[in-house]
Design a protein around this ligand. Structure first.
Ligand SMILES: C[S@@+](CC[C@H](N)C(=O)[O-])C[C@H]1O[C@@H](n2cnc3c(N)ncnc32)[C@H](O)[C@@H]1O
Length: 426
């Protein structure tokens, strides 16, 4: 029988490719830490190289045009990825466990053991050659129209040419983790230049599992940390985090503005429960409201001095961290997403106090989710941009009101954010 780590990877690939859903939060939660490390590496390779792995197998099927059922594709991908890229896994484990997966009734995989065994044994005869063959295949096999759109948007208005392949290579590497201390930090974590408070692993250091589990620190992407370091002279009495779960940015806002009354809105009840749990564990005091932020913000109520709208988005800037988005991105309803963002933004403006600051952010490179909303909004009277981020975080030479770090050099996820105020006389 296959080990729990391979079964967890197989189930997750079924969810992504069978149901078109994102990798569920906590998909590896039941695994011991060594197994979780293997499972994460394996899932990453399968998701990043799914097109290549399938293209390698297809000519070996009896009927390449018809292909094989998803369960068989998953078993093959899991076996091949281990043989090619996970040197610590023996041939025996890679092949036999994939063959076991192929007949796994609980997973509902068809009993194509013979086919999986034959393809993997052939591939395992020379693992270095297998790796070289897979790595020499066309990188476009692992991209969808959504990934192409994300690349184009990320590089706009730069010439696309060679930069596209350079960026794609960067996005295919596993993401670098960044951290934020909530208490004393281990000396295996080092500061990141230019982003106050951000921490990264010292060369060769182990991932600080115990420190994170103890509540003394959290993982937070570098872009989130940099955008939350916005410069603003105000000292808000009231702060609204309009789309808050799982609460990384709520936590950062609470620590930065400890005197302010903080309200955190979240529409999804399950995510709201996680938000509450995270805030409780971190000792953050906030009123958590489970509601749709659009209607909630439009109801009569007090204005806020500071509003963060970290809006739902396509996630096109997070292909490195969430490689499954490459595959499920094409089915995202982008016009609906744009409409939701605009509605939330319009509602948030109604609750912004004169002289207050509103920061809108999305982890996407698509201008339809960031820049276009900014242009539309700032054409209105009574709102003015605030240059809240230092030089280097946007396209301008100096401080910028539009946060959009360069995807070719910046190690964090792709984000767009803009900051504006309601002018006092409006
Ligand atoms: C980008 S995530 C927020 C991440 C969070 N700010 C953090 O840093 O941890 C967007 C969140 O908004 C929630 N959401 C989506 N539409 C919403 C709405 N209309 N009202 C309130 N929350 C919403 C989603 O469920 C999701 O948890």
């Amino acid at each position: 029988m296959a080990t729990q780590s391979r079964i967890a990877v197989a189930r997750t690939l079924q969810i992504v490719f069978g149901e078109g859903e994102r990798v569920p939060d906590g998909w590896d939660a039941g695994l011991a830490s060594g197994d979780a490390g293997l499972a994460n590496a394996l899932l990453g390779h399968c998701l990043r190289r799914w097109g290549t792995l399938q293209a390698h197998c297809r000519p070996q099927f009896r009927n390449p045009a018809r292909g094989v059922p998803l369960g068989t594709q998953v078993a093959l991908a899991i076996g091949l990825a281990q043989l090619a890229w996970l040197e610590g896994v023996t041939d025996h484990a890679a092949v036999n466990e994939a063959v076991d997966l192929a007949g796994d009734r609980d997973l509902g995989f068809p009993p194509h053991r013979g086919l999986v065994n034959a393809i993997l044994r052939r591939a395992g005869r020379d693992r270095a050659a297998l790796r070289a063959t897979l790595d020499a295949m066309d990188p476009a096999l692992d991209r969808t129209p959504f990934a192409e759109l994300a690349l184009k948007a990320a590089l706009y208005p730069r010439g696309q040419g060679g930069a596209r392949e350079v960026l794609w290579k960067r996005l295919q590497a596993p993401p670098q983790p960044f951290f934020r201390a909530l208490g004393p930090a281990p000396d295996t974590l080092l500061p990141v230049d230019g982003v106050p408070g951000a921490l990264q692993l010292a060369p060769g250091a182990d991932f600080p599992r115990e420190w994170l589990a103890s509540g003394r620190g959290m993982v937070q992407d570098l872009s989130s940390q940099a955008l939350l370091a916005f410069a603003w002279g105000g000292s808000p009495r009231t702060v609204l985090d309009a789309c808050a779960a799982p609460g990384g940015k709520t936590t950062a806002l609470a620590r930065r503005f400890p005197e302010a009354a903080l309200t955190a809105l979240e529409k999804n009840p399950e995510r709201a429960a996680r938000l509450k749990e995270n805030l409780r564990a971190r000792g953050v005091e906030a009123e958590v409201v489970v509601d749709d932020a659009g209607p909630w913000m439009r109801r009569p109520g007090p204005a806020f001095d500071l509003i963060l709208l970290d809006a739902p988005c396509t996630g096109s800037g997070t292909l490195r961290k969430h490689p499954e988005l490459t595959w499920i991105g094409p089915s995202i309803d982008r016009p609906r997403m744009r409409a939701v963002q605009r509605d939330l933004l319009e509602a948030a403006v109604t609750r912004l106090a004169p002289g207050g600051l509103l920061v809108y952010a999305v982890c996407s490179w698509l201008s339809e989710e960031g820049q276009d909303h900014r242009d539309w909004l700032l054409a209105r009277p009574g709102l003015a941009p605030v240059a809240a981020w230092p030089a280097g975080m946007g396209a301008e030479d100096g401080p910028t009101a539009f946060f959009r770090p360069d995807p070719l050099t910046w190690p964090g996820e792709g984000f767009q954010a803009f900051a504006f105020t309601r002018t006092l006389e409006s």
